[in-house]
Design a protein around this ligand. Structure first.
Ligand code: ZN
Length: 570
């Protein structure tokens, strides 16, 4: 089930209906506290047990498990598998076991956690207690692995559509990451919360400094920062509004902030699963959100080197190369991005009308001759030079190195003047993505692959994407998208009232040290600003307002709405 589709309800409701306590296994210690806080806000008895929790509170929770006086307990797999904890479970009424982020059990998945393997014990030790495994990101081999490793043979499998219709996908060539990202946030997402993923710590630091210098509230997050700084930045991201988190992929797993309006990749991610999981952090509240990926050929060469230099067995390396190839197919497609994403996970769909390729279909051209020129230029110069050098040879731009190597005399010298530098870069990038060219080792040199050599011999036709600076201006209007998704959008609501309700929410949240969305989601505030309820009964009709929240916060919000109406009447 995709992120934000309600996976947790699948175990929370059964755990409440059944006698005993539901045990939720999750790898995300840092985030258990917020999940528990959100449940407590709803009036549900829940707690977490992990190394960050004070021993006295742990002892209380353990007593509550034994007595069956708690509904849900979150625990990390390491803790669950301790003898002492298993002995406690043996002696307690257990409603069910839920294994969250179940793809962590699979080595084929992209986030393998060795402790998850140990969870096979649950099937053997508690054969009569129901078990459920959940994930937002698993291709077919990973799903098979989950069944296998967690002893779920013969269990029903529920696979919902993977589509996240409120996310707009956009993938662009990278010219200047800093400039493109600044412009994207300023034009479309000023004053909103989002995540910018960079490949390295240094990339994070540089991008963050740039965004701060441009006037955004940006915070860094990567493994090189002290744990308390990381924790503090994560807390600020969750609790304040309009923070741009600039991070390596160390950030974000299990981040349950519903109003992340954009996720940007400054470099290509590892594969489609990783991309889908990372972009899935946008728009959990169902409101229109955007995913932007910038990519360049350097990324591709770098990712290929990562795979080659890793110490995975050859079989696994081959799988990773294939996965990277699928991602590059997504980048270079002239068709609908969403169709490619969904097909990857086994879903089919029509062109979506909510991605850059649907907005402005990219033109293609017959690139056969261009590809032949580029590939033979690689061959003629000895299969060890980088793109810039190769392009200079094709354009006949002599430098001293070229004279020294005698490359002004090769047959491909100066035969590519029909294209400019930028176009040749695009052609080379597509040839790398097609796996006709690959890294020749260090220094970004390129060599032919067997497929590239076959292409040169057989010379088939080859459609390539036109290389132009596309602007993506024709994006679907956010309001019409909001209407299609059945959600209220800014313009429907009285903006002043919406802002007043937002600051009331922030005030209530700060007073209790809670993230604002734990009180009400943006979606609920929008609906409040549109419907403007005046009685507790009306208030309860608004989605996201339950009995407990109406009791606790209703009076504050009704008063704010009444004050707004009085000020309008005056
Ligand atoms: Zn589309």
């Amino acid at each position: 089930m995709p992120t934000g589709a309600g996976k947790s309800l699948c175990y929370q409701i059964p755990a409440l209906c059944r006698a005993g306590v539901g045990i939720i296994v999750s790898p995300l210690i840092a985030l258990m506290q917020d999940q528990v806080a959100a449940l407590n806000e709803l009036g549900i008895r829940a707690a977490a047990i992990n190394s960050n929790i004070d021993p006295r509170a742990v002892a209380e929770t353990k007593a509550a498990i034994r007595n069956g006086t708690i509904d849900l307990v979150y625990v990390a797999p390491e803790r669950l598998l301790m003898d002492e904890f298993l002995a406690l479970l043996d002696a307690s009424p257990i409603a069910l076991f839920a294994i969250d982020e179940a793809h962590c059990v699979s080595q084929w998945g992209h986030d393998f956690r060795p402790h998850y393997i140990g969870l096979s014990l649950l099937a053997e030790r508690y054969p009569n207690i129901p078990r459920i495994a959940l994930t937002a990101t698993a291709d077919a081999p990973t799903r098979r692995d989950i069944v296998e490793k967690l002893g779920l043979h013969g269990s029903p499998q529920f696979i919902s559509g993977f589509d996240r219709p409120n996310i707009h996908y956009r993938i662009e060539e990278r010219h200047s990451a800093q400039q493109q990202i600044t412009q994207f946030i300023r034009e479309s997402h000023a004053g909103q919360a989002g995540i910018v993923y960079c490949l390295s710590r240094k990339g994070v630091e540089d991008m963050c400094a740039h965004l701060v210098s441009e006037g955004f509230t940006a915070l860094p997050y990567h493994a090189g920062l002290p744990a308390d700084v990381r924790q503090q930045n994560q807390q600020r991201f969750l609790r304040d509004e309009a923070i741009v988190m600039v991070a390596t992929i160390a950030f974000g797993m299990g981040i349950d902030k519903p109003d992340v309006r954009f996720v940007i990749h400054a470099n290509i991610p590892k594969n489609i699963e990783a991309y889908y999981q990372e972009t899935g952090r946008a728009g959990r509240d169902g409101l229109p959100s955007e995913a932007l990926m910038l990519y360049g050929m350097k990324d591709v060469v770098l990712q290929r080197n990562f795979i080659e230099e890793g110490d995975a067995p050859d079989m696994q390396k081959r799988i990773e190369h294939e996965k990277l190839g699928a991602l590059l197919g997504l980048c270079e497609t002239a068709g609908c991005r969403r169709q490619i994403l969904l097909r990857y996970f086994g879903d089919d769909s029509a062109p979506c009308g909510n991605c850059d390729c649907c907005d402005t279909p990219p033109a293609t051209f017959d690139g056969s001759i261009a590809a032949q020129k580029a590939l033979s230029c690689v061959y003629r110069t000895g299969q060890r030079f980088g793109v810039q050098y190769l392009i200079n040879v094709l354009l006949g731009k002599v430098d001293s190195r070229m004279e020294q190597f005698g490359h002004t005399k090769v047959s491909t010298f100066g035969i590519g003047t029909e294209y400019g530098i930028h176009e040749w870069q695009g052609i080379f990038r597509q040839l790398v993505a097609l796996n006709y060219l690959t890294s020749a080792g260090e220094h970004g040199g390129l060599k032919l692959t067997p497929e590239g050599a076959t292409f040169l011999k057989e010379r088939p036709t080859l459609p390539l994407r036109h290389i132009t600076h596309r602007k993506g201006k024709a994006r679907k209007h956010k309001e019409s998208l909001a209407k299609e998704l059945g959600v209220a959008y800014d313009s429907d609501a009285a903006p002043e009232l919406f802002n007043a309700l937002k600051s009331l929410r922030l005030q209530l949240a700060k007073a209790q040290n809670l993230p604002p969305y734990v009180i009400f989601h943006d979606k609920t505030l929008r609906e409040l600003a549109v419907r403007q309820p005046s009685t507790p009964e009306d208030l309860m009709q608004v989605s996201g307002v339950g009995e407990r929240k109406a009791e606790r916060y209703g009076a504050f919000f009704l008063q704010a709405i009444a004050e707004y109406n009085a000020s309008q009447a005056a």
